[in-house]
Design a binder for this molecule. Structure first.
Ligand SMILES: Cc1ncc(COP(=O)(O)O)c(C=O)c1O
Length: 494
């Protein structure tokens, strides 16, 4: 086959329009019926791969055939994060306006690496993030930038902290330099430790501070650890506090941690990936209390602001430090506009050069729902979480494993007759709860995940999907009660 036999160029506009309608219809039908699928994929490893051709098609194929395969081969291997009974991890929603924003972003397909390579992309990112900053009450004048994930935002924050503490490391590298120490709690997300690995601090460069009974960092222990480390020759440089830890959504005492950071001249980064968004509600503003004293904060619209993954909002009080950590401009990326005060080249504030136009979907989500509409939805998720919490608390055969300030509840089945000296039964309760999670998830009617708290296997129910109603939470609760009772009978007679 020669090139002359092949039609060149893209789809024609008419073909695009026709295929686009089909794709949008597919998405609309999917979203309208998502509750009919099993939440958790029931696919054996390798099953999807086996059903796909091993080599690429030589000749063009139609969009109809692709959509047919999407339905018959791909969808059965999908775990439906859009399902109203998705209660695992942090439940999310790619809302209608967000999905359409993704479509339009792909249509524009700009690369916002420099202001000049798409001025509107940079400026819309600045505006959309400033709107979000106002909604959660972070300080005026902070710079906002979109990162793909909170993991990368925290990596950038820690790189900026290193730059602030030891600017020569950027040139000289870590070998032979001071032994840098980063502090975070035992409950912090693994992304903090991963950032330390990437930045050459190593895992030994991270000191995990103990938490109190409610899983919050102990600021007294933090202060003592910093003093001890200085004496031992470490160079403390950064604290990563968490607002809404992954396991329990505990909120570190940021004001007290900020005081330690101010005294010890440490960069304070706040990981509010999930819970930061609760600050949209006046009654939950407290979750970001003390953050005005931080140097950087990350919150994730792709977790709890109905924006399709990925979209993480990174705020920095000291953008000039972030810039000096990352800016490296070769000749081919120089522009005459870069020196103007009103121009920001976003490539200078992180690792990546190429930059998707993620601000468009965030802007569309905020405009579609409005500040009040977003707040009302988050408030409803918290109400549903609290409803579930009250059911757990009232049930003799279940126990709550952590405070539940927001929309996530940590709990386990613990039959009433095992209430006394529950510690002695932990082995059995771990087995019971592990089996309970497997069984409930296998029904396809709800999907929960787990964690381990104080060594005990703990189930988590997280509300965060726009389609979730009280009936869905109730069904999950009914399933949990029914399967827990059956399993307890079965396991005790084994
Ligand atoms: C507190 C916290 N930080 C960071 C992350 C990582 O988020 P991302 O997937 O955006 O990197 C998570 C994920 O659940 C999280 O719970």
């Amino acid at each position: 086959m020669s090139d002359r036999d092949v039609a060149l160029g893209d789809m024609s506009p008419d073909e695009f329009r026709r295929a686009g309608y089909l794709a949008v219809d597919w998405a609309a039908d999917y979203l309208a019926s998502v509750q009919d699928y099993p939440v958790l994929a029931r696919t054996e490893p390798g099953a999807v791969r086996r059903r796909l051709p091993a080599s690429p098609p030589k000749a063009p194929e139609s969009l109809e055939s692709m959509l047919a395969d999407l339905t018959s081969v791909i969808v059965p291997g999908i775990t439906h994060w859009n399902h109203p009974a998705f209660f695992a991890y942090f439940a999310i929603t790619g809302s209608g306006p967000g999905i359409l924003g993704e479509l339009l972003t792909a249509a524009l397909n700009i690369n916002g690496m420099l202001w000049k390579t798409s001025p509107a992309a940079t400026e819309l990112e600045e505006v959309a993030l400033d709107w979000l900053r106002q909604m959660v009450g972070l300080p005026d004048g902070w710079m906002g930038i979109i990162m793909d994930t909170a993991s990368i935002a925290s990596l950038c924050a820690i790189a900026a902290a290193r730059e602030a503490a030891e600017p020569h490391l950027r040139e000289q590298g870590m070998a032979g330099g001071p032994r840098l120490r980063l502090y975070t709690s035992e409950q912090a997300h693994s992304s903090i430790e991963k950032a330390a690995i990437v930045l050459g601090l190593g895992r030994h460069g991270v000191r995990k501070i103990p938490v109190d009974r409610e899983f919050r960092m102990d600021p007294g222990a933090l202060a003592a650890a910093v003093t001890e480390d200085r004496r031992a020759g470490w160079r403390p440089f950064c604290v990563a506090a968490t607002v809404g830890t992954t396991s329990t959504t505990s909120v570190d005492p940021v004001p007290a941690i900020a005081d330690v950071c101010a005294r010890e001249r440490l960069w304070l980064h706040v990981d509010g990936a999930y819970a930061g968004m609760a600050a949209l509600l006046p009654e939950f503003r407290w979750v970001l209390e003390g953050c005005h004293q931080a140097d950087s904060v990350v919150i994730n619209p792709h977790k709890w602001l109905f924006t399709p993954i990925d979209c993480s909002a990174f705020y920095c009080a000291r953008p000039e430090v972030l810039r000096s950590a990352f800016s490296l401009v070769p000749e081919y990326l120089r522009t005459t506009e870069s020196d103007q005060a009103a121009v920001r080249d976003l490539m200078d504030y992180g690792v990546q050069l190429g930059r998707r136009f993620r601000a468009l979907k965030l802007w569309m989500v905020i405009r579609h729902f409005g500040w009040e509409g977003l707040a009302a939805r988050i408030r409803e998720h918290i109400r549903l979480g609290q409803q579930f919490r009250s059911w757990v608390d009232a049930h003799p055969d279940f126990e709550r494993m952590a405070p539940a300030p927001l929309s996530v509840v940590c709990f386990r089945a613990r039959p009433a007759d095992l209430r006394a000296r529950a510690d002695e039964h932990d082995g059995y309760l771990d087995r019971l709860n592990e089996a309970l999670l497997e069984e409930v998830n296998a029904t396809g009617r709800a999907y929960l995940s787990h964690t381990r708290l104080k060594g005990r296997l703990t189930l988590r129910l997280a509300v965060g999907n726009l389609r979730t109603t009280e009936a869905h939470v109730r069904e999950a609760w009914d399933l949990l009660q029914q399967h827990a009772a059956q399993l307890d009978n079965k396991l005790r007679t084994e």
